[in-house]
Design a binder for this molecule. Structure first.
Ligand code: BT5
Length: 320
């Protein structure tokens, strides 16, 4: 709490120095206690200059996805009101799931610098190189039916693709249902898991992994990162915060029943519509033209027979 107050005070006065006396009075602590806090912040990677007679100045913040920095000026209504940040976890989805089972409120986020057992769909692995990307899980408690849960994956992918376009010059596209691609290579994957009864969802966990400043050497074949595609490092903090804001915006639209607008935007940023695709799910495969995505997030395939097929899950390969 005090660390956060000290940092906020520095950020408010970033032009000049903050006198130790002024700051200790403001926080109602002794100069010695203030000094201890400053030392602690420095040990966490904050660069804080101290000049006799002038006071302190915040020079730089660490490249760490901490609760204090992620929440700074976040201004969301639901997403990220509480953030649990870890140096390393097995999978952020697992921690979020345990929290949700113990009644954690919706909007809470679990984020980690690295994961030792990051998961994709169908027991696949998600490679999570340390302090290069953002790996996080969001707890939601939407008032929808279990069969509508796919639409949550859609607005999550849309939130990431939007953020990449807002923050860089890169044309990020969405590949149904859960991939965000740049130049046809994957920069982000989304794993949506839920805990539900037949007609009621208890909670949904959206797990998002995005490669930001990751080098291709650290990633599997077919994957890329913002750094690799733009040639520039991007602040992971800014990118994560911006994804949280977009998630907040689209989740509120979703709750307000404005799914039509979400699907329209999703389709605008999709690269698979109008192409011939193969969708595989475990051992089953079907082929057809991807013609639409419906309001429940299903992919509509026009089969060679001329009939439409609704596909609820699977991996899409674009054929031509
Ligand atoms: C996904 O699965 O793309 C969902 C990934 C979700 C990861 C997040 S990170 C935070 C949260 N905690 C977790 O444990 N998971 C979530 P899927 O569509 O099944 O794709 C998995 C495939 O993507 C793998 O088999 C690899 O081919 C590829 N892949 C693995 N790591 C990757 C990476 N870092 N970047 C791009 N592709 C990757």
């Amino acid at each position: 709490m005090l660390d956060e107050k000290i940092l906020n005070y520095f950020k408010k006065h970033e032009e000049g120095y903050v006198s130790g006396e002024e700051l200790s009075q403001e926080l109602d602590i002794s100069r010695a206690a203030l000094w201890k806090h400053i030392e602690n912040l420095r040990s966490e990677g904050y660069e804080i200059e101290a000049f006799p007679h002038l006071g302190y100045r915040l020079i730089s913040i660490p490249d760490r996805l901490t609760e204090i920095e992620l929440k700074y000026q976040l201004k969301t209504e639901i997403i990220g009101r509480k953030i649990y940040s870890y140096e390393q976890t097995a999978s952020t989805n697992d921690i979020a799931c345990v929290l949700a089972m113990h009644g954690e409120k919706q909007g809470s986020i679990v984020i980690a610098e690295s994961q030792t057992a990051g998961r994709g769909r169908m027991s696949r692995k998600w490679i999570s190189p340390k302090s290069k990307g953002a790996y996080f899980s969001v707890i939601l408690r939407p008032d929808i039916l279990p069969r509508e849960v796919s639409s949550i994956t859609l607005f999550s992918a849309l939130s990431v693709a939007k953020t990449v376009r807002e923050m860089t010059d890169l044309n990020a596209f969405i590949k149904w249902p859960n991939d965000v691609l740049i130049n046809n290579q994957k920069i982000c994957g989304i794993l949506t898991e839920m805990n539900a009864e037949t007609d009621k969802i208890n909670f949904v966990i959206i797990g998002i992994g995005i490669n930001i400043n990751t080098s291709k050497d650290a990633l599997p074949k077919g994957a890329t990162s913002i750094l690799e595609e733009s040639g520039k490092e991007v602040s992971r903090l800014d990118m994560a915060r911006s994804i949280f804001r977009n998630l907040d915006k689209y989740y509120r639209l979703f709750k307000a029943g404005r799914i039509g607008e979400i699907i329209r935007e999703y389709k605008e940023l999709s690269n698979f519509l109008g192409t011939r695709v193969q969708v595989s799910y475990h051992d089953a495969k079907i082929e057809g033209y991807a013609v639409d995505v419906d309001k429940e997030g299903a992919l509509i395939l026009r089969m060679d027979s001329g009939l439409n097929e609704r596909v609820l899950a699977g991996d899409v390969t674009m054929l031509r």
